[in-house]
Ligand binder design. Structure first.
Ligand code: HEC
Ligand code: HEC
Length: 448
């Protein structure tokens, strides 16, 4: 049987999160970096080139390695993999002024719902805390922690860790009044499947006015789509602030590393620095640092990373935990069923039933998680439901279990206990469970 026939005769299995394209990859090196199994030879070659681009460190221009120069002038890190190590979850800021391992702070002066966050004067939309030689970084970030003690109704004690950030040594003028949003990079798995979801399929779960009265609304974000020059539904980023994988990746090159591409051709230039006088990393005859050929390779790479199969799905505790996940209404936001639509980039991803455990919609998660920074239709309290696929393997891949948008939660349990707003009822039901039931729910989540 060839793979096409296997796909058409596929019988759904409990362990598969992206149907027949799920992969048996559970090791630190491969769990988040394995391609879907039906790439052509050419696509597989592009996947390899894209993988190398994701891992390589970019350097200041001019350099002898012209294919990977052009970093900066200001940036957050030198490689995609610096922040998404092994394609996995970034680390939060744990000590003052540490080099980014996946953490950054978005900035704005205000939010205009249609046009999105308004760039902060002299600083733009993000604090770049690193720079090329001879250029001032925009500033550095300090962090302090507050510890909040609590008790479950059964008297078990828990502790939440709340980070408080401050920007210091800012070199391009005052930052007073800046709205800030701290974020870590997510594992970059299954992204092609998300890119292939139709707007219609996402809107099906929308309930802005909570007509079904379950306390959970869910609202789509509509964000500026540079290629289409109009607002389209948001899918990527912690506030669904990016409309497509292409724009997310081009935005990462531009904002996080200072690299221009066709979608963002203008250098991100700090005020007072004449960037036209700096060497750029454009190759001869090209206008941008990441050329369209390079960009297409990394797109194949990012779109084709599959999702690892679940483990221990027959374990009795895991089965009970899954039942609890449904009865506590976790699944109302962490939705476990979508079918992908058309996807010209990789038609193999079309018409696949997936279980991302997300609705990709915005929810009010309460004051405690709020960043007070608007992002298109998302207000400070609102965050996109983070897909839970892969969550049980973050520890294997990244040797940590820091979760939520800024990595504040140290464990899955702590992430649940931070849930507020629309998720308050769900969280309280979790807290009211007996300890062994709570452990069953966590056991289920660890199989994802
Ligand atoms: C300085 C750290 C940093 C670097 C470097 C970086 N990222 Fe990210 N990445 C992040 C953060 C933080 C987010 C979340 C962004 C948000 O919510 O706005 C993110 C989000 C993403 C997402 C969206 C994931 C999702 O589930 O929505 C993709 C895809 C991605 N990055 C790919 C890349 C690629 C490709 C590169 C290299 C070109 C890269 N990143 C470089 C920190 C980084
Ligand atoms: C109202 C919608 C909603 C409900 C209900 C809900 N969640 Fe979430 N969940 C979210 C959102 C939104 C986030 C991201 C919040 C953030 O990063 O600040 C999230 C994040 C998480 C995370 C962290 C994910 C990561 O990778 O960082 C876990 C774990 C989680 N939820 C589990 C649960 C469980 C278990 C339940 C049921 C007890 C539940 N959630 C109920 C919306 C919801």
């Amino acid at each position: 049987m060839n793979f096409e026939e296997e796909v058409s005769e596929y019988i759904p299995l409990e362990e598969d999160l992206v149907g027949p394209l799920s992969v048996e990859a559970f090791t630190a090196d491969k769990a988040f970096g394995r391609a879907i199994p039906n790439l052509s030879e050419l696509e597989l070659a592009f996947f390899g080139v894209g993988n190398a681009m994701f891992d390589q460190s970019w350097v200041t221009a001019p350099a002898t390695t012209t294919s990977r120069d052009g970093l900066g002038p200001i940036f957050n890190a030198r490689a995609c993999s610096a922040c998404h190590a092994k394609d996995g979850r970034g680390k939060p800021l744990l000590e003052n002024n540490a080099a980014s391992q996946g953490f950054l702070i978005r900035l704005s002066s205000d939010n205009n719902f249609a046009e999105g966050p308004i760039a902060f004067e002299n600083y733009g939309g993000q604090l770049q805390d690193a720079a090329n030689l001879g250029i001032e970084p925009e500033g550095s970030i300090n962090v302090a922690f507050e510890f909040i003690e609590g008790r479950y109704p059964d008297n078990t004690v828990y502790q939440l860790r709340k980070p408080i950030y401050s920007i210091v040594d800012n070199s391009y003028g005052s930052l007073s009044g800046a709205q800030t949003s701290p974020r870590v990079g997510q594992q970059v798995i299954g992204l092609g499947f998300i890119d292939a979801l139709s707007e219609e399929s996402l809107l099906k779960n929308q309930d802005v006015n909570d007509i079904d009265k379950d306390g959970i609304s869910g609202k789509a974000n509509y964000v500026w789509n540079v290629k289409q020059q109009k607002l389209t539904i948001g899918k990527f980023g912690w506030k669904a602030n990016q409309p497509s994988l292409e724009q997310q990746v081009a935005g990462a090159f531009h904002g996080d590393m200072g690299l221009t591409s066709d979608l963002f051709p203008n250098e991100n230039c700090p005020s007072g620095v004449d960037c036209s006088k700096l060497a750029n990393g454009n190759n001869v005859g090209e206008q941008v640092e990441v050329n369209s050929k390079q960009f297409s390779r990394i797109m194949i790479y990012q779109a084709a990373i599959s999702v690892p199969k679940r483990r221990n799905v027959d374990n009795a505790d895991v089965i009970n935990g899954k039942r609890l996940f449904n009865t506590l209404n976790c699944v109302t936001c962490h939705v476990d069923r979508f079918t992908t639509s058309t996807y010209p980039l990789l038609p193999q991803l079309e018409n696949i039933t997936i279980k991302p455990y997300s609705d990709f919609l915005l929810h009010d998660m309460g004051e405690a998680l709020a960043d007070e920074r608007g992002d298109f239709l998302a207000n400070g309290n609102e965050w996109k439901t983070q897909p839970l696929w892969g969550i049980g393997l973050i520890e294997t891949v990244n040797k940590h279990t820091f979760l939520l948008h800024d990595g504040r939660a140290r464990t899955i349990e702590e992430a649940i206990l931070w849930h507020g707003g629309e998720a308050t009822k769900s969280k309280e039901s979790f807290m009211n469970l007996e300890k062994n039931k709570r452990e069953q729910l966590l056991a289920f989540l660890n199989t994802l």
